[in-house]
Design a protein around this ligand. Structure first.
Ligand SMILES: Nc1ncnc2c1ncn2[C@@H]1O[C@H](COP(=O)(O)OP(=O)(O)OP(=O)(O)O)[C@@H](O)[C@H]1O
Length: 667
């Protein structure tokens, strides 16, 4: 058991028995999640690593102690096969797991072998042609074609010509494979990321997720496109040229290789340092991307607070840390390559002097010496190439590990078996003593119960931070309750099919997200097959048709990135139209009209209600005047229900609601 990385709230460990044991991975995940403070656990039998996310300061023991205890208790660990018997999977690691199947690699590999084989042959023909020319055959010109020189130079020309075609085919085959692979890998990673719980997004941060999609996939693709081909080239050169070298002049090779054994240990150490440096580089790169993303999304606030310099300083500090990590990784890799090449180059110099002296003395033939002098640098170059391939392999392997972790991570919110077809949903919602907290150490909702009957409107009001939006997030099962239960049409959410549940609910948030595209594209998100008439109808009910018709291009007008070309109120109304088009039996409006003036807000709420009288509605609002007609009003404060009833009853009660009402109506 070995700690690989640790930041507050997040530790990654190497657990050897985990390798190749999916049962242990599953049991370990379950066992660790039982501990107070542990938020998420992701154990990978592929990499033998476990990632533990926890609330800072909320664990009862160290992560290491929890791991040891869980490992001791689990039965699978005792029955797990010893590492030596685990076969190919244990040896291969995440990168080989992620690379395409051998079947797909066959064609480009075949071109690689032919192309690099021809290149090696070309070199040998050069030497042979040279040696034939040095024979100074007097009949050379007369019997050019039949002579050794003629044959060798013809072979050289043929192999050069053939290799031009083969090289083109080789590069093309790898390029095609890599591009198709990259596309498929990105689609897989994107699907895996989007399947994660919201808690994972909160924990991992956008920087890391963006890096997974861009840099990590690109590193693996680049290794596939060039690394595998280079590996074939180096392997063939070492194999063919190396064997020829050994048979030509074993003593000279032995002399040249004398310094190599002294390099084994330092090279091993450098290899470990290089892997650690790569991991650090990846982590810093994630942070930098995250800072960049934050800066660009918050550019309006940065400019309005004239905080550009502050932001640049923050970014430049992050960029400096990334540059330092990159430099460290590059220096270790380069040191590794130089050490290896230096060892061989020293040997080469010794061999040249020794061989040269022997040739002068006539104890070594010119041809052997010439061939050795040609072949040795080829093999030397290939050995240098191996360390380069190794560097790329390490980068790709560390990316593959990160990707595998995401691809193998099972969201803790899992779909249930009970189907809930949208057409058959009545729209009844029941919260029973719901307790919830985002972090294990804190509680945001303290035993809330509520009942929304089909077709009714339930309003939730209360001070800021009291947990109103959290209740809606729980209803959509973005998080699971810690205690109590939530039911839709009598079914506990945890038993329901997740897609069915979310299809049954439309939600409009405080700051709805509009995608870069047209107004129509954004509304169609609610129901992609809807007609233009349906879109116009939804826009009308949301009070948006008038301003949309005034835009250049009307429904086809571009809204800009995040809907930047529209006002806050216009964005909200398009989001309401989108939710209405979805025609879900339950509509949740979380301060969805807060950017509008009172009259527009009231008008839109009326028309939304009229759009479907059978729809159940939950409305979260700060402006109490907009919810006074609700069938039930829930007053929430600090995660608890303080009051419940209709507007008049609550006013008569004279509690928090009536206090807020009087405050807002200026009485
Ligand atoms: N993703 C999150 N991670 C951790 N804590 C959170 C998260 N989202 C909300 N909280 C916390 O949960 C509490 C309730 O937040 P919530 O957004 O539900 O309040 P609200 O009543 O909707 O507030 P407002 O009226 O300001 O929108 C707050 O203390 C908030 O800090």
């Amino acid at each position: 058991m070995r700690l690989r990385s640790a930041t507050p709230g997040r530790e990654r460990w190497d657990i050897e028995p985990l390798l190749g044991s999916p049962d242990l991975a599953e049991e370990l995940e379950k066992a660790l999640l039982l501990n107070k403070g542990v938020v998420k656990v992701s154990a990978s039998p592929v990499s033998g690593r476990i990632l533990i996310l926890y609330g800072v300061g909320s664990l009862e023991a160290s992560v290491e102690a929890l791991l040891r205890e869980a490992l001791e208790r689990l039965p699978s660990q005792k029955t797990a096969e010893p590492p030596a018997k685990r076969g190919f999977n244990a040896l291969s690691g995440p990168l080989l797991e992620l690379l395409p199947a051998l079947e797909q690699l066959k064609r480009p590999l075949m071109w690689s072998v032919v192309s690099h084989g021809l290149s090696i042959a070309q070199g040998l023909f050069v030497v042979a042609t040279l040696n034939a020319a040095l024979e100074k055959n007097p009949k050379l010109l007369r019997r050019l074609l039949g002579s050794r020189f003629g044959i060798m130079s013809s072979m050289l020309m043929i192999s050069t010509g053939a290799n031009m075609y083969v090289q083109h085919q080789r590069k093309r085959a790898w390029r095609q494979l890599a591009r198709n692979y990259e596309h498929a890998l990105r689609a897989r990673v994107l699907a895996a990321i989007e399947a994660q719980d919201l808690a994972t997004f909160d924990q991992q941060g956008t920087g890391r997720l963006l890096s997974l999609m861009t840099k990590d996939t690109a590193r693996i693709t680049s290794f596939l496109e060039r690394g595998v081909d280079d590996a074939v080239k180096n392997a063939l050169t070492i194999l063919i040229s190396g064997s020829l070298l050994l048979t030509t002049s074993p003593v000279l090779v032995l002399i040249a290789c004398l310094p190599v054994p002294f390099m084994v240990l330092p090279l091993r150490k450098l290899g470990q340092r290089a892997s650690a440096a790569r991991t650090r580089q990846n982590e810093r790169s994630d942070l930098f991307t995250q800072h960049l993303e934050n800066s660009f999304s918050g550019i309006i606030d940065i400019k309005s607070f004239t905080a550009e310099q502050q932001d640049i300083r923050r970014l430049s500090e992050s960029a400096r840390q990334l540059a330092d990590a990159e430099l460290e990784a590059a220096e270790v890799s380069s040191l590794e390559a130089h050490l290896m090449q230096g060892a061989f180059a020293t040997g080469f110099v010794v061999m040249t002097v020794y061989g040269g002296l022997k040739t002068l003395k006539g104890r070594l033939s010119d041809k052997v010496f010439a061939r050795t002098m040609y072949l040795f640098p080829q093999v030397l170059g290939a050995l240098g190439g191996v360390s380069e391939v190794l560097g790329n392999y390490r980068a790709a392997a560390s990316s593959a590990e990160r990707l595998k972790e995401m691809l193998g991570s099972r969201p803790s919110i899992q779909s249930g078996p009970v189907r809930l077809p949208k057409g058959q949903v009545r729209g009844e919602v029941l919260f029973e003593n719901v307790v919830f907290g985002y972090e294990p150490s804190t509680t945001v909702i303290h035993g809330i119960s509520l009942h929304l009957r089909p077709g009714e409107t339930l309003a939730i009001v209360g001070p800021t931070g009291s947990g109103k939006s959290t209740l809606l997030r729980l209803l959509l099962r973005f998080h699971d309750v810690r205690d109590g239960s939530i039911r839709v049409d009598g079914h506990d959410l945890r038993t329901l099919d997740l897609q069915d549940l979310r299809s049954a609910i439309s939600i409009v948030g405080q700051e709805p997200y509009l995608f870069d595209g047209t107004v129509k594209d954004n509304v169609l998100l609610g129901h992609p097959q809807a007609s233009d008439e349906d879109v116009a109808e939804a826009l009308k009910s949301a009070g948006a048709l008038e301003f949309v018709n005034a835009l250049r291009g009307r429904m086809d007008a571009q809204v800009g990135e995040r809907g930047r070309k529209l006002s806050g109120g216009q964005r909200q109304r398009i989001a309401i139209a989108r939710a209405l088009l979805k025609k879900a039996p339950i509509l949740a409006l979380d301060e969805a009209t807060s950017h509008l003036d009172y009259e527009t807000e009231a008008a839109i709420q009326r028309s939304v209600r009229n759009a479907s009288s059978r729809m159940s509605m939950i409305v979260v609002a700060h402006r109490l005047s907009t919810i006074r007609r609700a069938d039930m009003i829930l007053v929430v404060d600090q995660g608890k229900v303080r009051e419940m009833g209709r507007h008049d009853e609550l006013l008569a009660h004279g509690g928090l609601y009536s206090f807020l009402w009087n405050l807002q109506s200026g009485e």
